[in-house]
Design a protein around this ligand. Structure first.
Ligand SMILES: [Ca+2]
Length: 388
């Protein structure tokens, strides 16, 4: 026994030493409060906040009218790109909706936007800039255009690079309410899906290829771009920069909002819409019984003025590591409530971090993993956390 003790003690010591102090701290959303530190004003109708990993400390804000602004590390703000001549200008849920920088932006200067054009179709396009410049080039390369003319709402609009280097795109179900064309459950269309495409290569006449691991890549009926399906309006989704778990916040119909968590590299999941709205049956088609649905991690109803989930990020920054490392932070657009979701003692715990007196439109991550939120008053703020 005594001979065993030493190695065990040594192993324990090693394990303790190899784990960062942050990982030892128990992150409990019930003990955390959120606050905001304003970093920009006058960013009307902000839809996306993003940053390239180029060491320059800049933040970029997409506005629904088609303007992308850059905030330098010294705090000065200027127009980076003006897409007002290309993006639809009728407001509502249309316009410039998403922004993502290529993982190798610092060498290739590529970034990608998601917008609706005046006829309603969803466009994902590549733009470029000299990486150090605070003004991008105005020429675009259209990567994919998704027909979306029957209604103006439910465009999705998030674009994100995954840990695999592929571009992921969220597309809403086509809108109109109740998914009248039942697009969410139809693998033949790109609406109501999250797509995964390889934008570093061209295949045939397309400026993208289908990654080898896409679940329907050999299908003759399903669209091969599809990564996840059964979605209504996945306005925001993100990847945990530690481990690559995908977090999808799917805006619900009249009753339920849902947050989905899907393991890194796992595609082909059916999130249920419109057979299901979150966990409740919505429109139970004859085929619904034979489909395997992935249940949401978390749902909430429309009580207390809540209306639409604004998906966020798993916090992996440095400033609040002991309080928030690994906590998924998200909000409701209408109620201004911001919540944290984390595993405490083996169970998922969801807790209100604070209620803000504004609408919460979109979240973003800085290069170093700090969280930012854009509100309905034209402010972009860094999210701070404090113990309570
Ligand atoms: Ca339907």
């Amino acid at each position: 026994m005594k001979r065993l003790r030493l190695p065990v003690a040594a192993l324990l010591l090693l394990a303790t030493m190899s784990v960062a102090p942050s990982a030892r701290a128990v992150v409990d959303p019930r003990r955390v409060a959120a606050g905001l530190v304003r970093v920009a004003s006058g960013i009307a109708d902000v839809t996306a906040i993003a940053a390239p990993r180029d060491g320059r400390g800049r933040l970029f804000f997409a506005q629904q009218n088609g303007i992308v602004k850059v905030r330098t590390s010294s705090g000065s703000i200027s127009t980076y790109l003006d897409l007002r001549g290309r993006a639809s200008q009728d407001g509502g849920e249309r316009g410039l909706l998403g922004l993502a920088f290529h993982p190798r932006f610092s060498s290739n200067g590529y970034f990608f936007v998601d917008y609706t054009q005046p006829n309603g179709d969803i466009v994902v396009a590549r733009y470029s800039a000299t990486p150090s410049s605070n003004r991008a080039r105005t020429s675009e390369r259209r990567i994919i255009v998704i027909p979306h003319r029957s209604a103006s709402n439910h465009n999705g609009g998030a674009v994100q690079f995954g840990p695999d280097g592929y571009l992921y795109v969220s597309a809403g179900d086509g809108g109109g309410g109740g998914d009248p064309d039942d697009n969410g459950q139809d693998l033949r269309v790109l609406l109501g899906k999250i797509l995964r495409i390889d934008v570093d290569h061209s295949c045939g006449s397309r400026y993208y290829c289908i990654p080898s691991g896409n679940p329907y890549r050999t299908s003759n009926t399903a669209r091969r771009e599809i990564w996840q399906w059964g979605l209504r309006n996945p306005w925001r989704f993100s990847f945990d920069r530690s481990g690559g778990t995908q977090w999808i916040a799917d805006v619900g119909q009249n009753a339920w909002e849902e947050v989905d968590r899907i393991g890194a590299g796992t595609g082909g999941r059916n999130l249920g819409w419109d057979c299901l709205e979150a966990r409740a049956r919505y429109q139970w088609h004859s085929y619904c019984s034979s489909r395997a649905f992935t249940s949401p991690l978390h749902v909430y109803n429309h009580a207390s003025g809540r209306c639409a989930v604004t998906g966020g990020y798993v916090y992996r920054g440095r400033a609040y590591r002991s309080l928030a490392n690994g906590m998924y932070v998200y909000a409701d657009y209408c109620s201004g409530e911001m919540w944290g979701l984390a595993v405490v003692s083996g169970h998922w715990v969801n807790s209100l971090l604070r209620t803000f007196a504004t609408t919460l439109r979109t979240f973003g991550e800085s290069e170093t993993g700090e969280l930012y939120v854009g509100d309905g008053d034209g402010h972009v703020s860094r999210v701070k956390f404090a113990a309570r």
